[in-house]
Design a protein around this ligand. Sequence first.
Ligand SMILES: Cc1ncc(COP(=O)(O)O)c(C=O)c1O
Length: 366
Amino acid sequence: MDKVFVTRPLLPDLDCFVEQLSEVWRSKWLTNMGEKHNELEKKLQKVLKVPYGSLFNNGTTALLTAIKALNLPFGSEVITTPFTFAATPHCISWDNLKPVFCDIEPNTMTIDSEKIEKLITPNTSAIVGVHVYGFPCDVEKIDKIAKKYNLKVIYDGAHAFSCEINGKGIGTFGDITMFSFHATKLFNTIEGGYLSYNNPDMVRKIYNLRNFGIRSEELVEEIGINGKMNELQAVIGLLNLKLFKKEQQKRAQIKAFYDENISKIKGIRIPKMPENTTNSYQYYPIIIEDEYKISRDELYEKYKQFDIYTRKYFYPACCDYECYKNDLSVKFADLSVVNDIKNRVLCLPFYGELSKDTLHKIVGVL
Ligand SMILES: Cc1ncc(COP(=O)(O)O)c(C=O)c1O
């Protein structure tokens, strides 16, 4: 059996890609808001059910830009979760703001909205929630808190492509939501990202920040960076847009298989997606409880012996990184749930091409 990884990228048919590439070659327009870019940007608005959206060259530049676009006071505090990928707190820090790490909720593993208010100080300017694995943050409660204390809300929706809450696109909540289109994501453009927002004034602002602030040959309005997606990335995106739903259906079947078999095993908990939310099918995390025969780390090693490469997303938690734990200006709340879950969580292989045999093997090891 070949090595089994936690995910495999969704790739379009090579001939279709080459056909589309020929158009780009003929046009000789490779980047800077080309035809493919604009087509993809428009189509994504519909798919994600959002009123406005901007493409980026990756999710990290998109998140940096989202935080920048909200003009938060220099050095102010941003309440966020440490149970995420490095990019989330790093973007806050690169934008000259201070991450304040809040605990998470044990089922969805998203920022615990009940614990946010205690962390708010006169210096707090924003909340950055992460829809981790595609599990939605408690958007209603976070919205209430933000209104009460006049805070901005940004969501890192890197894992939440096409998720909906009560039929609304997940990217319509908060001030701005970021999606990542990295190769490991359900929908990918190899590298890529996207910002969605409801405020029409943000269209110009985000366009500027993404393109050096350049409006025309002689007008530079803002101090922007280069966040532009190129035409080759956009072509992959346009082709993968046609494929992602089928991939989600395949993953839904895999999830059903895992759920049925794993729920019978004592000591393994399967986190539940809230009823009102659709699943992106980005990851399949399980939680290894004390009653299970071996620890998460032992199980991870055991899988390796079978050439199955699970991932301990998100261990270590961001609050454990050298750059944060040694920074006295970074605030840590009581992180008891994070510190428990980070040692128990394991993401199993989860992609449409997994064969029946491999799936039986993965469950068999458990
Ligand atoms: C939660 C989270 N936020 C941000 C990012 C960064 O996105 P990108 O890799 O597209 O820059 C990722 C992953 O790659 C992620 O998993």
